[in-house]
Write a protein that binds this ligand. Structure first.
Ligand SMILES: [Zn+2]
Length: 213
């Protein structure tokens, strides 16, 4: 009997280690003072109306285009933290390329600079560009994936507005290029399966990088 339980324990140890390893790679935690110090006055502006306790700090693994494993980070609303952990783990298992995923505070919460650097990000207390309406990013309920290759595109008075401005080569969605999000794309399918809406399906403008719940 004693031998049996020892054998059982020995069997259990690698399983527990595996579970711990998974947890260490895809984690969600409350915003601690170290993370908040990075956000304060940037993505978490002084007039921010979202309680810090509603937000979570996520660590996830992802592949870049060269097949390197990178350690990504993002801040989101706690209401979608489990969705994001599941989605990013599925993307990681499929080696789906995401070029960069660091807090937008590394760009002083400047969306244009972050997007131009193809940085994927979520929480940022800001208005929708060109309006006074708070963006879903303000609540941490929207996320932008590989934004340089999946820009925001709007037709206005015969002109095409592209954001980020450097994304001109990726406005034509009939072309084939890396990181492109369309309806066949795994990223699109995972977010839709988790109940998110895609900005690429909007009518008046297109925001190919954007998923929100
Ligand atoms: Zn967005």
């Amino acid at each position: 009997m004693k031998h049996l339980s020892i054998a059982f324990l020995l069997l259990l140890i690698p399983l527990l280690t595996l579970a711990e390893e998974r947890d260490a790679r895809f984690t969600s935690s409350p915003i601690d003072s170290v993370v908040f110090a990075r956000m304060k006055g940037k993505s978490y502006k002084d007039d921010c109306t979202i309680p810090l306790s509603d937000l979570r700090y996520l660590r996830v693994l992802h592949y870049d285009l060269d097949g390197n494993v990178c350690r990504g980070e993002l801040v989101c609303n706690k209401a979608i933290s489990n969705d994001l952990l599941e989605i990013f783990e599925a993307l990681y298992n499929a080696r789906y390329p995401i070029e960069r995923m660091v807090l937008i505070d590394e760009y002083d919460a400047d969306d244009e600079r972050s997007m131009t650097d193809n940085n994927s990000s979520c929480f940022n207390f800001r208005t929708v560009a060109g309006t006074t309406t708070l963006s879903a990013h303000s609540r941490g309920m929207a996320i932008d994936i590989n934004p340089l290759f999946n820009p925001y595109v709007k037709q206005s008075r015969g002109k095409t507005i592209v954001s980020p401005a450097a994304a001109g080569p990726y406005v034509n969605r009939a072309k084939s290029f890396h990181y492109k999000i369309d309806r066949q794309d795994l990223c699109y399918r995972l977010f839709i399966a988790h109940g998110f809406r895609w900005g690429g399906a909007w009518r008046s403008s297109k925001d190919y990088q954007h998923f929100e719940k």
